[in-house]
Write a new protein. Sequence first.
Length: 444
Amino acid sequence: MKLTRDVIISLLNLSLCVHLSQSTVMEKLKESLPAVKEVYDEAQVIGEQLGKALDVAYNKIETNLNDSSVKWKTPELIRDSGYNFEAHEVTTEDGYILTLHRIPGPPNAPIVFLQHGITESSSCWVLSGKGNALAYLLADRGYDVWLGNARGNIYSRGHVSLSVNDTQYWQFSWHEMGIYDIPAVLSYLTSIRNDKVIYIGHSMGTTMAYVMSILRPDAAQNVSAIYSLAPVAYCGHAKSPVRLVTPFLDEIELLSDYVAHGEFVPGNKLAQYVGMYLCDWLGVAFNGFCTEALFFLFGFDNKRFNDTLTPSIVAHTLAGSSIRELTHYGQLIKSHKFQRYDWGKEENKRVYGDDDPPEYDLSKVNVPVALFWGRNDLLADTRDVRKLRRELPRVILDHPINYNKFNHIDFLWGLDAKKLVYSPLIQLIESFSLGRRSSRRPMG
């Protein structure tokens, strides 16, 4: 994947938020699509030249990079932290090839599966480093740790017949991840060890689990409990600036399909450049800018966010996804419902037999669920989490984090994540999923 394509697609997706007007935009957009495509193709040629120049500069100074977590991928990060690493491939029913990352535990160790959120990858669970990152804490406690990678991200771009350059490849949201990806992973994990899997999800990782539990009860029976960090189902009260683009969802998807095959921010090469150049090498001022940008999207926490990780977070967090993942969430923001994808009345009638998409029936989540949520989360708003809590039939813990500024990404990279989230999380796992009270020394 060349830098030029990363740059252009990212700019196209982001610029839509500024330039589109709701009135007659769809008709005007349809008329202008050939011209947009022509500009896109010409920009690719120019971008190729810029990309080559940046690659030369990057290669010259790459060896001087102090923070290797910016440039390393998950396998290198895990090995460098002193853990064994394995990669496994799983093929879904609809042909997507997923890569699982494993930190193997001792024989007969309980399996815990961690599923990342939107545009993320397995790296989000290890970036905080040994002694702080959840994946490592679980490994240190004797678990067999498996890290998921959703279809379309940098580790899971394979398919039995489609290419990432095919528009058809990108026609998925977290709905398909819930009914295909998670069941395939659970089937594979239970073939490794015939026991129920401990499921931990963050953000979209929780949405996928709820969809799986509702529509694939055959797979859900392989899960001991769903431990939800920053749970997302209802989004009607989300305060993130993401809601500003919700009036333009159809236009965004149309343009993305036509120009970029339906892909949103392909790979993380561009993000790696931003993380290195702006957020790391150019000093405190730009690092502060990058941190504030994260706060703007996810919630402000100037005191307890680990901003030394900002370059690494920026470099890893745009790991690749489909535009439909975002537009599906946008539809939830508009509708205030937890529902399937809205294709428009005519197509809904054909697909669902009704003018409106059906809602997911949360009463069918027959798996125990623990909810860990923050009061300063701009995506998983308190009111939406409480509504989710009321509709889930088997909530074993409803745990607001005991810090009012705790935001959406503090669950992964907050300075107090170990104390406020991971310690009570692991204690709950060891008392509920494993059916025992741990006699080991409590986490520090």
